[in-house]
Design a protein around this ligand. Sequence first.
Ligand SMILES: O=c1[nH]c(=O)c2[nH]c(=O)[nH]c2[nH]1
Length: 291
Amino acid sequence: MTVVLGPNRYGKAEIRVVRVTRDGDVHHLKDCNVGISLSGDMTDVHLNGGNAAVLPTDSQKNTVYAFAKKYGIGQIEEFALLLARHFTGSQPTIHHARVAVQEYSWERQGPHSFVRSATETRTCVVHHDRDGGSTVVSGLQDLVLLNSTGSEFHGFIEDEYTTLRPATDRVLATTVNARWRHTAASDHAMSYDFGKSYEEVRRCLVEAFAGTHSLSLQQTLYAMGERVLAAREEICEVRLALPNKHHFLVDLAPFGLDNDNEVYFAADRPYGLIEGTVLHDDAPAAGPAWD
Ligand SMILES: O=c1[nH]c(=O)c2[nH]c(=O)[nH]c2[nH]1
């Protein structure tokens, strides 16, 4: 039996960087969490402990802070591309870079005061290969949505363990975790408006959730992905993970009260987890985009 080194990567995780841009009395804030993963000529370090090909993860972390100062942090996808291209372009031993960024949103409260908004986190994952192009997957996490009617679930399999009653009018609630792949990120490069794209995709997801009379969360998932692909030509694939945040009607009969879909128990666990991919049938090959 021969043992060999398989796929590997290394980098710095969870680099928290806050960039304040001062515009006179008015300040602008970017609050991010950056993860770097590099791969390349790493056989010697794993097999023999030879570090000559290794750019320390500490240097990677420092690069994030230095780039935040030198270039600012605009759209997170642009910042991630800048970093990924830097590592592959400056170090011959680094062949591939994966940079992931999460952005926490702050609402302006004054010229230099901000309130952390309890809404979703914006995300991106960029891959850059020194011999090839880049892939960009944007996304959002923890966008909480609820429809208080317009949702049904019936006609499902009923086996000997089924107790669920068919529902013709229920609450449908979820925490959207969505990621979407940009068709040709390497062509768009830096001139591409990632900010507008993000806002429009988010709007499509919310509008499709709110506007779909749902016979299942699976149907709603597909409608959300389909809406994005119909509206946004720069996107070729959408991946969604939608927990079904169950709202159970409380039995008020013991108290002599009826419950006409008015009082619910919002359970936090267990929850159904509906996951799916919606994509163009001629979407270009994903390469490492989803890794
Ligand atoms: O929208 C739903 N899809 C399911 O697959 C499912 N399963 C379940 O118990 N409730 C629901 N709701």
